[in-house]
Write a protein that binds this ligand. Structure first.
Ligand code: GLU
Length: 552
């Protein structure tokens, strides 16, 4: 086990039995006579190792033989991946991402989207985007566009897109088949009456209708002869099932509300449409939240009636996301009342809001893969997301000075000079920006508070004095060592002329200041305002910049 794990961790893939066996025999020639038995044991061990995610492998190895991991410690920290899927053949996997177009996507959707995407990348195959627009009350025409936009931003490997609203004839066809084979019936009971019967494990009279009677009622239903709420199609399950939610659940209903794409009266419920689509689209593996476990059980009845094999399911735990608003209803109301500026208001957990704050899709992907497919409920960590984003933007983003609540100060005795500051200290080839000092500069008063000396970054040192109402600055030479000796803080500053006004917005509040002129060319980019943090330049209009704070 240890050798198999070590090999898997080192090469980030499960080794072949022969490789491990060869290594073992080399190290322990005394085992050679038992090669056959060992090979059988090894095959089992490798199946076990295969089922673990790269992280779990490293953890297990750490448990069993920490000394083998210590040499690879750095590598261990970089391993990222999900546990293997079972039942994957040479054609790869067929998976789907199936959002409802009730609003734009948020972080919760991103988890489903990226986990499925991970496996498509891993095994190859098809990735179906299935837009589940079967509830006309929750579909607004503009939502389709919003959703497709978000999918594009996520950068997932979608190979085909289907709309459930294009597939109603298919659902009707299979609904009819289910009735014909005695797997479903039309129920015209009052919903309360049905609920009481069901809760006391009793069938309703409609369950005993003949197939012919059911088919007649089905035609009437499709004809629009039943008003909303007076009829439903139910699957015959077990009326004495210990879980009342499994008992004769509903698969079609009448909805009297216009749908933006189709003219229909009878709408499939998700348990019907999802089974028919998963089967007909050849879905092999389904990764979805734990909140669908009951649906998976319900759907099993439909698979059984049709004699189909269900896909392999994985249900991941709940993920609570603090500090942002996620509910579509709350967002819609907030936008209407003016509390939020739109779907991309930075107080929201929508992908649009996150993008606006300068978080890149790759950072969201990495966070979601790290969270993984485990069943344990977890709290989403903004800190981790920010750390992932920083790892991506830090090496590439340009640096600029930002001065909050600036005041203009003269520096007595200072020579005129031009400071050169690297655009990115990790990459000198990007060059430097030039900041001109002529007698005066802008600085944030709060940076001078309590200091006897400061160093203006990339410029010079200055002595600071305060007379109770104003600060005065006196040139104190250019040497960095002097600043260090005097424990002078290094602070950002700006030339007296040619800066841009900059409003920096964050969910916690806004701040006003000035920034370097170079930011003119950074619209839509993430930059680092030195000592403030990373920010996305949202717009540059004339001399005015609007930026969104991302993270430190
Ligand atoms: N449309 C469903 C949802 O967004 C997903 C259905 C499924 O995963 O089967 O919750």
């Amino acid at each position: 086990m240890i050798h198999a794990l070590h090999n898997a961790v080192t090469h980030n893939s499960v080794p072949k039995a022969g490789t491990v066996l060869g290594m073992l025999m080399g190290k322990h020639p005394e085992f050679r006579p038992q090669a056959k038995e060992m090979s059988a044991i090894l095959n089992e061990v490798l199946i076990e190792v295969e089922a673990l995610s790269p992280e779990e492998r490293a953890e297990k190895l750490f448990e069993l033989a920490p000394e083998m991991l210590s040499e690879k410690k750095e590598k261990k920290e970089k391993i990222r991946g999900l546990r293997a899927l079972k039942n994957v053949d040479e054609k790869g996997v067929v998976m789907r991402f199936a959002p409802n177009p009730s609003g734009p996507l948020h972080l919760g959707h991103a988890r489903a989207a990226y986990l499925n995407d991970y496996y498509i990348r891993q095994y190859g195959g098809r990735y179906v985007l299935r837009i589940e627009d079967t509830d006309p009350r929750r579909v607004e025409p503009e939502n389709y566009e919003l959703l497709l936009d978000d999918i594009k931003w996520l950068g997932i490997n979608i190979t085909e897109t289907v709309y459930q609203s294009d597939r109603f004839d298919i659902y009707y066809e299979y609904g009819r088949k289910l009735i014909e084979i005695g797997g479903a019936y039309i129920c015209t009971c009052d919903s309360e009456v049905f609920r009481d019967l069901k809760n006391s494990k009793k069938t309703c009279p409609c369950r005993d209708q003949s197939v012919e009677e059911n088919l007649q009622l089905w035609e009437k239903m499709l004809n629009g002869d039943f008003p909303e709420g007076t009829v439903t199609v139910r699957v015959k399950t077990e009326i004495d099932h210990p879980d009342p939610a499994m008992r004769d659940f509903s698969i079609f209903r009448v909805v009297d509300h216009p749908h933006p794409k189709i003219d229909a009266k009878v709408y499939p419920m998700m348990n019907l449409s999802v089974v028919i689509d998963d089967h007909l689209l050849g879905i092999t593996h389904v990764i979805r939240g734990k909140d669908h476990i009951a649906n998976t059980r319900r759907q099993r009845y439909i698979y059984d009636y049709f004699g189909w094999n269900p896909p392999e399911y994985h249900h991941y735990g709940r993920m609570s996301i603090g500090d942002v608003v996620l509910s579509t209803t709350a967002i819609k109301e907030g936008i209407k009342s003016g509390a939020y500026t739109g779907w991309d208001d930075i107080h929201l957990g929508t992908l649009k809001a996150i993008a606006r704050r300068g978080i890149l899709p790759e950072a969201v992907r990495n966070s979601m893969i790290d969270i993984g497919v485990g069943q344990t409920d977890i709290k989403f960590s903004w800190e981790n997301l920010f750390a992932e984003n920083k790892a991506i933007v830090d090496p590439v983003s340009n640096r600029y000075f930002f001065v909050e609540n600036p005041v203009k100060c003269r520096v007595a005795g200072a020579p005129d000079m031009t400071a050169k500051a690297l655009l990115n200290p990790n990459d000198e080839s990007k060059g430097a920006r030039e900041l001109v000092f002529k007698q005066e500069l802008f600085v944030s008063e709060s940076d001078l508070k309590g200091c006897s000396m400061v160093r203006f970054k990339d410029l010079f040192n200055a002595e600071v004095s305060y007379d109770g109402s104003e600060y005065s600055l006196k040139y104190a030479g250019g040497l960095l060592e002097d600043a260090r000796k005097n424990k002078a803080p290094i602070i950002q500053w700006l030339p007296a002329k040619d800066n841009l006004r900059c409003t920096l917005l964050s969910p916690e509040g806004n701040c006003e200041g000035l920034c370097e002129r170079g930011v003119l060319l950074e619209e839509n980019n993430v930059v680092q305002f030195e000592r403030v943090g990373f920010a996305r330049i949202d717009s540059v209009k004339g001399e005015n910049v609007t930026a969104y704070f991302a993270h430190h």
